[in-house]
Ligand binder design. Structure first.
Ligand code: 4AD
Ligand code: MG
Length: 429
């Protein structure tokens, strides 16, 4: 009977003991002990031990095969307590598809080296698991928004005017014009709520971040939402529901991955809505009490955010910020125009993962704010049009996917949450 082609995980799940199977994959480990070659073979689903005896017709190939070579092999599944997972394949046929040269990742496991060879390190168990969880988290995000009646939209990447301030804009030549890479889809999402009312997108954003931190990338994936007839408070509810949903689904559906990655699953299960909310004023008071030298009106840095997050131990909000430290589009409190209806969600260790809030919906106020920020009105005429023609109170937010993943998976750096990180120093591979 010909061996049937299976994926490695099926051998464990279906307990295929005594069956003849064929698998395709890559050589993960190889060692020879007394007339037996032990190969650990991996495919996208798992790893299984395969044994080749000296008298087998597969011996010659097994002897020749190197680490990370791609192979197709077949043999009988046997149960063996000494094999990882309890099963192994006694190989009788082995074909080398691509014989690998000496694989460079052997002894040097320094972070820098592994990032230089990220295109190869992506084959590691750790990166494979992280990429699987990332894929699931993106699915949960789409599921959540669809269920809430949000329409997915596709914003442009080339833009002509800044959303989040000039300092982190990437400029580029666009035919004979100077344009920028988008920092946030927000302004364009705002245009779409006048027809679709509730919209969201998952797209890359680009920031020329010069600082080297554990939470800044030059290219990150941005989940952004915008809704008409909505207040900042409504948005905060949506954000906490989204984050709680992602945490619970991940804990449930990615349990195996989280366990192998040694992630604190409890922390995810314990996430409960509503999240605590403190005002910026209260945040400053707390920080001053902790001995931070920070005055009202100053922006919170990473150290301040981390210190505040320690008090809570789980996600929480800070809202009602000074006008001057938030973007031009933020709506001011009408009874206290020094403050804007802007909010951040913070998590332990990483700090801010979301910024959101209500948008200035009054044309005159918006024009005043543009001036205040030294921005040219003519660059934003289309955006002002949105207040000219049927303006509505509206709000939205942006969530950084890599920051969220870094928190969920207890990663030391957002760099490991994305397959090919882009930072000031890294653009290769
Ligand atoms: O706080 P930010 O700059 O807010 C905005 O861009 C708004 N226009 C979003 C909106 O309301 N639609 O960015 C939002 C989030 C941050 O909280 C952070 O999680 C992530 O995007 N982020 C970054 N992640 C990785 N590397 C960077 N350089 C990031 N900059 C922002
Ligand atoms: Mg922010």
């Amino acid at each position: 009977m010909p061996a049937s082609l299976v994926q490695i995980q099926q051998i464990f799940d279906k307990k295929l003991e005594g069956k003849k199977v064929k698998i395709r994959g890559w050589v993960y480990r190889k060692r020879e002990i007394k007339y037996t070659i032990f190969l650990l073979i991996r495919d996208s689903t798992g790893v299984i031990q395969c044994t080749v005896k000296k008298d087998s017709s597969a011996w010659e190939m097994a002897d020749k095969v190197t680490i990370e070579s791609s192979v197709i092999l077949s043999g009988m599944v046997k149960s063996d307590k000494r094999a990882p997972g309890g099963y192994e394949i006694a190989v009788d046929q082995l074909t080398i598809v691509g014989l690998a040269e000496t694989f460079p990742i052997t002894k040097d496991y320094s972070e820098d080296f592994l990032r230089d060879v990220r295109h190869l390190w992506l084959r590691s168990r750790r990166m494979t698991l992280i990429m699987r969880v990332r894929s699931e988290v993106l699915k949960f995000i789409h599921d959540f928004f669809r269920r809430r009646g949000y329409v997915e939209v596709s914003p442009p990447m080339f833009i002509s005017s800044a959303c989040e301030g000039g300092a982190t804009l990437f400029g580029l030549k666009y035919f004979d014009k100077e344009l920028y890479l988008t920092q946030s889809a927000q302004l364009h999402l705002e245009a779409l709520i006048y027809s679709l009312e509730k919209v969201y997108c998952v797209a890359p954003s680009f920031r020329a971040e010069k600082s080297r931190t554990i939470r800044h990338l030059a290219e990150f994936w941005h989940v952004e939402a915008e809704a008409a007839f909505t207040t900042m408070e409504d948005m905060m509810k949506l954000e906490e529901d989204l984050v709680a949903y992602i945490c619970h689904q991940t804990a449930k559906k990615c349990k195996k991955e989280l366990e192998i990655l040694n992630t604190n699953i409890e922390k995810l299960l314990k996430v409960k809505t509503p999240f605590p909310r403190i005002t910026y004023n209260e945040a400053i008071e707390r920080l001053q009490n902790k001995g931070f030298k920070i005055e009202w009106g100053e922006d919170l840095g990473y150290d301040e955010e981390k210190a505040l997050a320690e008090d809570f131990g789980h996600p929480f909000f800070i809202y009602a910020y000074p006008r001057k430290i938030k973007a031009f589009y933020c709506k001011t409190y009408r009874d206290n125009p020094e403050l804007v209806m802007s909010e951040d969600m913070l998590v332990p260790r990483i700090g801010e993962i979301i910024t959101g809030g209500a948008r200035e919906d009054n044309k005159e106020e918006l024009i005043k704010r543009l001036k205040e920020f030294g921005l040219r009105q003519e660059d934003y005429e289309w955006y002002i049009d949105l207040r000219r023609y049927g303006t509505v109170p509206h709000a939205g937010f942006g969530l950084g996917v890599e920051r969220l993943l870094a928190w969920i998976l207890d990663l030391e750096n957002v760099i490991d949450a994305v397959p090919f990180p882009r930072t000031i120093r890294r653009y290769y591979p």
